[in-house]
Structure formats: C-alpha cells, structure tokens
Write a protein that binds this ligand. Structure first.
Ligand code: NAD
Length: 366
C-alpha cells in the first residue's frame, strides 16, 4: 500500500494540542506494522492563518488539502478574531473547505461508551447501547439557498432565506446513508418536514425512490423533524442511521451529541468528494487552550473514522475505538468527563499516552 497523505490543520485554541495526540496514535499503528504508512503535512488554518496571511485559508492550505488523501482538522476560531469582518473570520475557512472539497455529507456518530453512561443527562437505561449515525446534508438547503438577505420590501424590513433541494442533491446524500446502513444494521430513518415544506416533500419522495430502487435490502422509515427531536430524548436506541437536511441535521446532531455526555468525546467526518475531512465536533475551547487539559478522544476517534472511511482500514479503526473504551474502563478521565471520586483525572498528553499504549497492547496480543 502506498503511504497515505494527510493534510493536517491544527487550527486554533486546543486544536494543536488534540491534533498532536491524534497523529501520535497513527505513529503507533505504523510502529506496530513496522512500516511508514502515513505522510503528514501541516498548514495554518483559521485564526492562526489570518494572523500570518491575512486570510483564514491561504491558497497553499487549500492546495495541500486538495492534493491529500484526507484532511485532519483540530478546530478554528476564538474571541481574539471575533471582531473581524465576516469574510475573514476563522470559521469561513470551514465553509470554504467544505465547498472546495465537495463535502456534501457530514457523518456524526453518537455512541455511548459504557464507562461514561452516567455522564449523559438522560437516565442510564435510556442511553445504554446507543450507537447511531446522523448523516447531515452539508452543502445545500436553506444555508445556501437564494434569494437570501435582509431588505425592505414594500417599505417593510424583511429577512429571507430559501430552503431549496434538487433531486441530485438528495439522491447523493441518500446513497451515503444507505451505503453506511449496509455496514451497520440496514435501517435508515429519513427526517423531514414534508407536511409543511415542499422542498422536504421532494426530499421524502426522492429518498423513498432511491431506497426502493437501489437498496431494497435496507428498511427505510420517515419521521417528521419535530417528532425526531422528541424521539431522540424518549427512545434514542430506536435509531441506527438518520439522514436529514442541512438545517435539521445541524440541530439534531447537537441534540444527539448531548445525549452521549461530553462534547470532548465525539468525532465527525465530512465526505462526498475525493478527499474526506475529519474533525472533532467541539470548537477551539479558548477557555482551556494551552492548559494541557483538553480531552483528545474526539480527535483520536476522528482519526479512527479517517482510517475507516478514507483509507479502508476498518481493523485499525476498530483497534483505536477499542483502546479508547479500554482506557475509559480503566478509569482515566480528562476534566470534562471526570466526576469527583470516580477514576483518575489526567491531562491531554497522558490520555493520549494511555490510548497509544492500549492500541499497542492489542497488536502485541495477536
Ligand atoms: P467549544 O466546543 O470550543 O467549547 C464549549 C465548551 O466545551 C467549553 O467550556 C470548552 O472548554 C469545552 N470543550 C470543548 N472541547 C473540549 C475538549 N476537547 N475537552 C474538554 N473540554 C472541551 O465551543 P464554543 O466555546 O462555543 O466555541 C469556541 C470557539 O470555537 C468559537 O470561536 C467557535 O466559533 C469555534 N468553533 C469552531 C468549530 C470548528 O472548528 N469546527 C466548532 C465549534 C465552534
């Protein structure tokens, strides 16, 4: 296998701290395999890029991402850059990357690790065994639809946004969800508001057609978004793969992630084009940046997703996931998931070390 080229954007705040831990897990996998498998190259992104280049994403950064097999991103943004004009805000780099790389599907798993059951705001019996995957459409819908803006219409100040989806946009994201479900339990729930919004009436029709024609082996059901928001709290275990629009996905993925307890635990993948992008769902956490206390597990699990979805290395991905579970079962906790009197509180580097050790152990046991 030729070595895989990874474009690394550590970004801002805790980004560099957690990305360092994610990358060292890859080095351990190479060590166990006894060969170089991953080539990495770093570029500035977000506020760090603005400070040096005057833009949140330089041409070099984009060119590097395009020429790589996958992108690993920490997080961007922070109060230092909040006063900047919208066009050069660090977060613009994310929208730019999604657009330029054609990343139309965002995958966010919500998994509850058994040792962290009590970190969920929901009762233990509701969350035990949750393992769901939300597929959010990422480059269409109301976030991009025209017309948009605020203007005076007939003398009245009016804000407009447009929910718009074309058949091809719906078909391609539906296929991502159906394909994923074939590697899981072959169940897809498509979420819309087809009783009120025509754009999502089309969404429901097209998802049904793709399902019936191309994926007759997958059980497809439909749910209205208001009901889905309720069901995620009432009985989250009923879901396997959930596919939905950009706006509904934005909201439902935050809800789903909260169910699992900590924002420091959850990874994500954005796919669709040639190059996939992997990042923790949390932000740059300026309040704890530089203190060595950030939880690196979301980034380490993002690296596992990269191995699974971009590099077709599911066995290595499973080893990382198992190592994370092991370390949590052994009681190691960063501050965000620590509860007084339970387990041992550790910092970013020690948590990374523990995971690397647990990954290596699995190779040695073979
Ligand atoms: P945040 O996710 O950065 O932080 C929210 C809270 O969670 C904070 O208390 C933080 O300390 C904690 N937290 C987050 N990640 C953690 C981790 N790995 N370990 C331990 N604790 C963790 O959200 P925010 O405060 O709303 O945003 C901060 C900045 O990040 C803003 O500039 C925002 O725009 C940006 N942001 C970037 C991304 C991204 O790059 N994808 C996503 C969200 C927010």
């Amino acid at each position: 296998m030729a070595s895989k080229k990874i474009c690394v954007f550590p970004g801002d705040g805790i980004g560099p701290e957690v990305v360092r831990e994610g990358l060292s897990v890859l080095r351990v996998i190479e060590q166990a395999a006894g060969k170089r498998m991953f080539e990495t190259e770093e570029e500035l992104l977000g506020g760090a890029s603005y400070d040096v280049h005057g833009v949140p994403m330089s041409r070099n950064a984009l060119a590097l991402a395009r020429a790589s097999d996958a992108v690993l991103l920490g997080a961007v943004g922070g109060p230092r850059w909040d006063p900047l004009p919208f066009a050069v805000r660090p977060e613009r780099a994310l929208l730019g990357l999604r657009k330029e790389l054609g990343l139309f599907a965002n995958l966010r798993p919500a998994v509850v690790f058994a040792p962290l059951l009590d970190a969920s705001p929901l009762r233990r019996e509701l969350v035990e065994g949750i393992d769901l995957m939300v597929v959010r459409e990422l480059t269409g819908g109301i976030y991009f639809g025209e017309p948009r803006g605020v203007s005076f219409i007939n003398g009245v100040e009016t804000g407009i946004n447009t929910e718009i989806y074309t058949r091809p946009e719906i078909e391609r994201v539906a296929r991502v969800a159906f394909e994923l479900s074939r590697k899981r339990s072959r169940r897809v729930t498509s979420v819309d508001k087809s009783n009120v919004l025509e754009a999502t009436e089309l969404w429901r029709k097209v998802v049904s057609e793709v399902g019936a024609k191309e994926y007759p082996d997958v059980a497809l059901s439909h749910m209205l978004v208001d009901n889905c928001a309720m069901q995620l709290i009432r009985n989250p275990r009923q879901f396997d793969v959930v596919v939905t629009t950009n706006l509904f996905g934005d909201i439902l993925t935050d809800e789903a992630s909260m169910i699992t307890g900590s924002i420091g635990m959850l990874p994500s993948a954005s796919i669709g084009g040639k190059v996939g992008m992997y990042e923790p769902i949390h932000g740059s956490a300026p309040d704890i940046a530089g203190k060595g206390v950030a939880n690196p597990l979301a980034t380490i699990l993002s690296v596992a997703m990269m191995l699974k979805y971009s590099f077709d290395m599911p066995a290595e991905a499973a080893r990382i996931e198992k190592a994370v579970e092991r370390v949590l079962a052994d009681g190691y906790r960063t501050g965000d998931i620590y509860r007084e009197g339970e387990g041992k509180k550790v910092g970013t580097t020690e948590m990374g070390d523990r995971v690397r050790h647990a990954v290596l152990n699995q190779y040695q046991k073979r």
